[in-house]
Write a new protein. Structure first.
Length: 437
């Protein structure tokens, strides 16, 4: 399916979505900085854009997954894609947890703060702590099953939609030719839904403006200065993980990471402004298919990755947890830190791609380990959205790379198309030679 995007036309760069989103973001930053009170009132613009996207996520995932799976001739390939995806997710998120843990111990951004956790005002974090009490593994697994078949499409739960979509796709595939009319309807609905996404994206610059104006106006530059070392350390870790780990996976796939990031430049800017990867989920699916990844792979890997492959969230959780221990002079032994990784391997899977979810998971993790004071979370509440700029970016690129990797592993990747858009020089040269023969 071709990507719906605005052509530059006679307006040149001014007519391109990524440029308009950048302009909206910069204007929002200036407004939040120069007129904080006015900037904080711009929040509804960001919220409205996020709601517009979220209303489309359930139907988009449903038609994409169902259409992809129902077109498979071998149902064993569905289970194979699922197994390979989960193996990849666990390996990469474990690497993220370990890297975050190692770097925060080497950098030690919280050492010397000497915060007394008993004197911290915890009123602002009570809502997050209360939500975290419901984050048990049994509750998480049970929540994957929707109340009704239809309710999965209206609830903001990606895994419920994925669960129903996989079942429906397998059912259509199993009844053969009798499913043809339903498949035709789903394919037509898919085109219509992606066309609606194209309309909604016209409001992306306004949504980016409202979201970033609120963030800067609400929290200001004071938070940046007081906890600047943590922010700097976290962004360095995000860059290291992106270029070392994700860059290595991309290179194996024949993908140039800088070209891939340029390809998703519009989505990167939107995610940075809204601090939510869900705002670009439909576009991510659409553009990955345009890169040559088969629909059946993208339709499963991307929605599943939004719950199981949150690399940036894992970096955030280990970095912030150990930072809080350092700031409150809480001693962590090697066994405490290994236990922290073990807990995070489970709790991090409950963090959806929406703004603020990582903070809830952090509360659940600290409450589970019982070593680091939960009250200390109030220290980073003011900079959480700033840190989210880094974690959501890594989550976005991580899921894009994951889909390409699984598609290549499964032999469901059009490498000629990939080489044309984001391929390395070696891959482009190989396909150019192949095309001349």
């Amino acid at each position: 399916m071709a990507i719906e995007r605005r052509r530059p036309g006679r307006f040149g760069i001014l007519g391109q979505l990524w440029f308009q989103v950048v302009v909206g973001t910069l204007v929002g930053v200036l407004l939040g900085w120069l007129a904080p009170d006015l900037g904080a009132t711009m929040k509804p613009f960001g919220d409205a854009f996020i709601k517009l996207i979220k209303m489309m996520i359930g139907p988009i995932i449903f038609v994409t997954v169902v259409h992809g799976i129902s077109g498979m001739n071998d149902m064993r390939s569905v289970g194979r894609v699922a197994l390979k995806s989960l193996i990849y997710f666990e390996i990469v998120t474990t690497l993220a947890l370990v890297l975050g843990l190692v770097m925060v111990n080497l950098w030690q951004p919280g050492t010397g703060m000497n915060i007394d956790a008993s004197k911290i005002d915890t009123a602002a974090i009570q809502g997050y702590v209360h939500s975290a009490q419901d984050q048990s593994m049994v509750a998480y697994l049970m929540n994957i099953i929707p109340t009704t078949l239809v309710s999965a499409l209206v609830e903001p739960n990606v895994l419920q939609v994925l669960f129903v979509s996989v079942l429906f796709g397998i059912a259509l595939a199993s009844i053969g030719d009798r499913a043809a009319p339903v498949k035709a309807v789903i394919e037509s609905a898919s085109h219509a839904l992606f066309r609606i996404i194209g309309y909604v994206m016209w409001f992306a610059p306004l949504g980016a403006f409202g979201a970033i104006a609120f963030t800067v106006g609400q929290f200001g530059a004071g938070s940046l200065l007081s906890l600047g070392e943590l922010i700097l350390e976290f962004f360095v870790v995000c860059a290291m993980f992106t270029f070392l780990v994700l860059g290595s996976v991309a290179w194996w796939c024949g993908v140039s990471l800088p070209r891939l990031m340029a390809y998703f430049r519009e989505e990167i800017v939107i995610v940075a402004a809204t601090t939510s990867t869900e705002t670009v989920l439909p576009r991510l699916i659409q553009k990955l298919k345009a890169l040559g990844c088969e629909e059946s792979v993208v339709g499963f890997v991307v929605p599943a990755g939004y719950s199981f492959n949150l690399d940036g969230t894992c970096l955030y959780l280990t970095t912030v947890a150990v930072f809080l221990a350092q700031a409150t002079n809480t001693e962590l032994t090697i066994w405490h830190e290994l236990g922290l990784i073990a807990v995070l391997l489970l709790t991090s899977k409950g963090a959806a791609g929406v703004a603020g979810a990582a903070f809830v998971v952090l509360a659940a993790t600290l409450g589970t380990t019982g070593t680091i004071p939960v009250a200390s979370m109030a220290l980073i509440l003011g900079i959480h959205r700033i840190l989210a700029e880094g974690l959501t970016f890594v989550n976005l690129i991580g899921n894009a790379v994951a889909a390409i990797f699984i598609a290549k592993w499964e032999g469901r990747l059009d490498e000629a198309t990939l080489a044309e858009h984001v391929g390395t020089r070696a891959l482009r040269r190989r396909h150019l030679v192949a095309g001349q023969l």
